[in-house]
Design a protein around this ligand. Sequence first.
Ligand code: NAD
Length: 254
Amino acid sequence: MLMQGKRGLIVGVANKRSIAWAIAQRCHEQGAELAFSYQSERLGENVKELTAEIPGSVLFQMDVSDDAQVKAGFDLLKSKWGKLDFLVHAVAYAPRQALEGDFVSTTREDFRVALDVSAYSLPVLAHGAKDLMAGGGSIIALSYLGSERVMPNYNVMGVAKAALESSVRYLASDLGPGGIRVNALSAGPIKTLASSGIGGFSTILDHHRNHAPLRKLVELEEVADGALFLLSDMGRGVTGQVLYVDGGYNIMAI
Ligand code: NAD
């Protein structure tokens, strides 16, 4: 029961295939109490259905690009719980046309939206969380290798993930003296709602399956176990890092 007595906010469950949902289930099995935020009322219906199996969960709507909704979310957690031990950031978005073709044609508006929702949301959520983490805490953000290497069609999302991983390091430095750890978990490619928006994603899956040292796709449960390590006291000596749960794909040149 690695998460017994811990309370955490999970941001980014859209449906049962969401990475955030796999992490939530693992944390729940290990004794955590959970709060879930959802982007929209429509996705809220899915989250309500899924979390029926986790009684006592706190649910609220929070679009991470809306400061007022973020503030309201943390105010609610403050009044319900008064403290927070961990936060899972599993949020990314770029307009579909920015995730196909060449990067050089990315519009200013698509760049702004992608960076706002997928990267700036981390410092915003960390700012809201830190006041509730007086006794220390652990924050993780989901990333992808496209932050460092050029992946076909990943384009502006790669730039956003680079900003996200850099934000992890600055936040780790800011919040470390207060006992709050901040890390990224770089997952291998998995079929989800978000990844279905990336042009030619099945080619990325095939390449991973054929070339990753472990010669298979990453499973949701493997990502969830990596998250559990970082979120629990098992990871107490680790901050400002990127943990790759990608079957070793990141070490390969071809
Ligand atoms: P997903 O579609 O299940 O989750 C993405 C979530 O982002 C959704 O819940 C969506 O509601 C939320 N979101 C988007 N815009 C938002 C906004 N403005 N406000 C609040 N929430 C918003 O897909 P996923 O693949 O589970 O994605 C979760 C995270 O994992 C993302 O950061 C993604 O980049 C990352 N990731 C995914 C893969 C993959 O191959 N699927 C690999 C590595 C990293």
